[in-house]
Ligand binder design. Structure first.
Ligand code: SF4
Length: 982
């Protein structure tokens, strides 16, 4: 007690841990959320070997610098979770999917069964195997597995998470937020956070925000809800969901009208001065280019170096590269011109200026709910921060055209945005609008602005084409390209000659051409319909598709158990791999028990999503700190073994024996190109080479000896302006992060989008979309950003359903992972619908009262809380707190099931719009990227009747505990509270 009142710190977090006889400390990487902080796991000898005693942050780790959050510290309770699966399970013959009745089987039986089934599919029609994974951090391996199998039906969770944020930014500036880049809060003076969940990019953001606020920075949060980070913002600007794009367009209007733009930056580093063809025809809306083949191939979206600009001093067209930006050239940003051959052209910035001309603050005010005066003032504030408060760092650098810049221009205006912008069917163009806003102020990879993290920036469009050749889906043959990529032209779509999708999720088809992360949210619906074909086996890893990962949850559960006229399931075989008894496990035919993050090897490397910092690349690993529980096996090991059993070329020697002894061996020795592997630290035979080098048999040991992390510090001259920084571009190419070392001009105007529009208008002379989709593509594939209402509104009676309903994940839990966590459940075990008092009172609902929330798709009953920090037209709740009774080994009648609820029941995965080939529905997704439109649903609220049950609706019948699950945590709680073991 007295120690708590003492001015002395309780402990020094920077002091080295002091192991005693009883304790040992091992470093690894947290996975209680996706941020990947460094942790120290303190162990003591238990009954069956070392047991976790507590977890703290690793002060020597560059990402979190010792900081740990509630989730990270509670990893111990994940380890001893009552919901742990411990042995492979096979659905009991004759039992229904969803009933959760299983028989235990051995791993040998499970692997034999799976190998035989998959071998048969691979030898006949490989696309009948579909593999979709949740928030895993090993897509370089899972993607390789699918490619080697020969199926295009693979994706991870990005399509229902934030692909709009990734794709919208990457197609515009070559990078994006979070793993790809972020705000430079060390040098920013104004920070604007938009549409970000309570704790996105958790510990690193908290550390950066703390420093930023202490040093006097101003923080504005734009969000319908003020919680989490927004709670410490200097100003909260409430906004209606799905309208951020209108705000950005109005800010662009105002900045351009006031001439608050970075002219020099726009002319040299973006496609703003490049000339767009205005004449009707196949080149309409594309960039004019120099037809001289000596200057490079015609622009195709991947090769933009022979475009033209209008040189003001000479009054003539000149090459944008290299001459257009040579000394003495002053390219026009405005005006209309005529080329020597009579072609009418205009700089793309002129078209942007014309586009935003009508997007006045008054126009945006009626859409966003933000006062026009505030929008005007915000634009001035942004312009002032970026331009008036600008400064220079004494860091010389040389650009891709050989010009030496004696210093680096800082633009101290930083943004951070995430799923609040992305998870709408207008999200791609909204994110494009934000990226253009950031670009006109010159903030891209500038000190104080947005900064890339290696291996970004990518080329625009990235040089990764998704598999798109249906004739190359052949028995026992790997695909010639990865299943996922970045299309740059209709010719790269994954469609059959008749225009139908190659993939089960319809990704990269005319329905969602740029779906860089796939559409996991439509896999089950499409497979159940046999659209475009029936599949045989669906493997789901770490995704709760029978509950919080699906829209229209109850219908998806029905589809998982649906049978055809022959009595066979419409999805004949369902494999679920998970560490915990989620709701989805009950539907599996085969359950594979995975390990926790403390029991396995993992890699967060450059082939996937590294943890790079602004100043250089960083990768990290997880290593087992305790033995796997029961018969749990890391999914990585299962994949490596399956790949060898199925004789995938990349995993098998010429003699047909396994190439790798297991996952650690694979990580060390697999090289997609010479010298490039999964990890970049301590390469070379002796471990003395970094970034590139021969495999090092002792690489894992080197990581273990170095806090499980490798960081490379680049010289200061490579820290900024990396889209155009020749030293960096050369370095990145040499290290295998880029295929070319040419500059990445920002795409304010997207000729890639225009190429799809021309196809839809029948002007391209190439592939054209089905008639039902022509208008959709011509409308949404606009080469300039624009705002349109979320698609669902056109199918909704807005008077009957006047409110927006949104979710966000809570600070103390990561989606559904933590409902079984005995410590975190004490922070919250159920959720409320948070509603502005004015809105709730108008509906006659008391604070804490039960109410119905209804959309046109479904209804839920839940408890409501008054909240002043949500704008009156929006209601919100946390996602994934509500649970099905009995899942996750929660006690019967647990709060999560009786009081908690899921908003997903109100959301449809499809919208009633005409699709191609006679379809009457189309995915509830962004028409460009296929990003799930989670936040587009409209609802109404009313009080529950006094005689209705005081419990949430719908309720799900409890399922029995599968054999092998650990059971309740009561004993564990007592034990860890320091009391006597019972
Ligand atoms: S933010 Fe918390 S839960 Fe996420 S990785 Fe870091 S310590 Fe773990």
């Amino acid at each position: 007690m007295f120690k708590f009142l003492s001015p002395e710190p309780l402990h020094d977090p920077l002091a080295a841990p002091t192991p005693t006889d009883q304790t040992e400390v091992k470093c690894t990487t947290c996975y209680m959320c996706a941020c990947r902080c460094g942790i120290r796991v303190h162990l003591a000898e238990g009954k069956n070997g070392p047991e976790v005693r507590y977890i703290d942050g690793n002060p020597a780790h560059p990402l979190n610098q010792g900081v740990i959050c509630a989730k990270g510290a509670s990893g111990i309770m994940k380890q001893v979770s009552p919901a742990r699966l411990t042995q492979p399970l096979l659905r009991r013959p004759g039992s229904e999917r969803g009933a959760g009745e299983f028989d235990p089987i051995s791993w040998d039986q499970a692997m034999t069964l799976l190998t035989e089934r998959l071998a048969k599919i691979r030898a006949t029609d490989p696309k009948k195997f579909a593999m979709f994974t949740g928030r895993d951090q090993m897509q370089a391996l899972t993607g390789l597995f699918a490619r080697q199998f020969g199926t295009p039906n693979y994706a991870a969770h990005g399509g229902f998470c934030s692909v709009n944020m990734a794709a919208g930014m990457i197609y515009t500036v070559g990078g994006s937020f979070w793993e790809f880049g972020g705000p430079d809060l060390d040098r920013a003076k104004l920070f604007v956070m938009i549409g970000t969940a309570e704790d996105h990019h958790s510990n690193p953001m908290k550390i950066a925000l703390s420093k930023f606020k202490r040093s006097g920075g101003r923080f504005i949060s734009i969000n319908p809800v003020r919680t989490g980070y927004s709670a410490i913002a200097d100003e909260w600007i409430p906004i209606k969901p799905g309208t951020d794009g209108a705000l950005f367009m109005a800010l662009l209007h105002e900045l351009i009208a006031q001439d608050l733009i970075d002219h020099a930056f726009l002319k040299r580093f973006t496609n703003a001065p490049q000339l767009v063809v205005l004449d009707n025809g196949p080149r309409e809306g594309l960039f004019a280019f120099d037809p001289d083949p000596a200057r490079g191939a015609p622009g195709d979206g991947r090769n933009p170096h022979n475009k033209l600009v209008w040189d003001l001093p000479s009054g003539s067209a000149k090459n944008a590269y290299p001459e257009g930006i040579a000394e003495g050239c002053d390219p026009a940003l405005e005006g209309h011109y005529t080329l020597a051959d009579g072609t009418r052209v205009a700089p793309s910035f002129q078209l942007l200026r014309e586009r935003v001309a009508t997007c006045t603050p008054e126009w945006a005010a009626t859409i966003t709910g933000i006062d026009a005066k505030r929008i005007r003032a915000l634009a001035l504030e942004m312009g002032d921060a970026a331009l008036e408060q600008a400064f220079e760092l004494p860091i010389p650098w040389t650009d891709a055209w050989g010009k030496v810049h004696p210093s680096t221009q800082a633009r101290p205006l930083a943004f951070h945005a995430m799923r609040g912008l992305a998870a709408h069917s207008n999200g791609f163009q909204t994110v494009r609008a934000l990226a253009v806003l950031m670009s006109v102020l010159g903030t891209i990879d500038a000190p104080g602005g947005f900064r890339h993290k290696a291996p970004y920036p990518r080329h625009i469009v990235p040089n990764y084409r998704a598999f798109n050749a249906p004739e190359l889906i052949k028995p026992n043959t790997p695909l010639n390209a990865a299943p996922l990529g970045f299309p740059a032209h209709p010719d790269e779509l994954a469609i059959n000659p008749d225009g139908t999708p190659i993939r089960i999720d319809h990704a990269f088809s005319w329905e969602h051409p740029l779906s860089a992360h796939g559409l996991m949210h439509n896999v089950i619906t499409n497979a159940a319909k046999g659209d475009p074909y029936r599949i045989d086996t669906l493997l789901i890893f770490m995704a709760n598709m029978a509950w919080n990962s699906s829209m229209n949850t109850m219908a998806v559960r029905e589809m998982l158990n649906r049978k055809d006229e022959t009595g066979e399931h419409v999805i004949p075989f369902l494999v679920v791999c998970d560490a915990f008894q989620s709701e989805t496990v009950a539907f599996a035919d085969l359950v594979l028990p995975d390990t926790t993050y403390l029991e396995r090897h993992d890699v967060m490397g450059m082939l996937d999503r590294p943890i790079s910092e602004f100043d250089g690349p960083v990768d990290s690993v997880r290593v087992p700190v305790v033995a796997p529980l029961g018969q749990c096996r890391p999914f990585q090991e299962v994949l490596i073994e399956l790949a060898a059993r199925l004789k995938f070329p990349a995993f098998t020697t010429a003699e047909g024996t396994p190439k790798f002894t297991g996952y650690p061996d694979f990580v060390v020795n697999f090289q997609p190109q010479p010298g490039i592997g999964f990890l970049m630290g301590w390469r070379g035979k002796n471990g003395d080479e970094h970034l590139r080098g021969e495999p090092n048999p002792k690489q894992w040991e080197a990581y273990v000896a170095n806090n499980c992390v490798f960081q490379h510090h680049m010289p200061e001259s490579m820290h900024y302006m990396r889209n155009w920084n020749q030293a960096y571009l050369d370095f990145a190419k040499e290290k295998g992060w880029r295929q070319k070392n040419d500059p990445v001009q920002l795409a304010l105007y997207s000729d890639t989008l225009q190429s799809f529009r021309l196809a839809a208008q029948g002007k391209s002379g190439g592939r054209e979309p089905p008639d039902e989709l022509r208008e959709r593509i011509a409308t949404y594939f606009d080469p300039l950003p624009f705002w349109y209402p979320p698609l669902e509104e056109a199918a909704t009676d807005l008077a009957a359903y006047p409110l927006n309903a949104i979710t966000q994940r809570p600070m103390a839990m990561y989606h559904s992972w933590d409902s079984q966590n005995a410590w975190l459940r004490q922070i919250h075990s159920h959720n409320y619908l948070h509603v502005n008092p004015l809105t709730a009172q108008a509906a006659g609902i008391a604070d804490g009262g039960w109410c119905w929330v209804e959309s046109q798709w479904g209804r839920v009953r839940c408890m409501l809380r008054y909240s002043e920090v949500v704008e009156p037209g929006t209601v919100w709740t946390w996602n994934a707190i509500g649970k099905a009774d009995g899942a996750w080994q929660l006690a019967p009648g647990a709060d999560e099931a009786r009081k908690g609820f899921l908003l997903n029941h109100l959301i449809s995965e499809e919208l009633p719009f005409k699709g191609p080939h006679g379809a009457t529905t189309i995915s509830n997704s962004d028409p460009i990227t296929g990003q799930a439109g989670w936040y587009d649903v409209r609802v109404r609220i009313r009080p529950a009747e006094p005689d209705e049950a005081a419990e949430s609706f719908p309720q799900i019948a409890a399922v029995p505990a599968p054999s092998g699950v650990l059971g309740r945590a009561a004993q564990v709680l007592t034990y860890f509270a320091g009391r006597k073991k019972s």
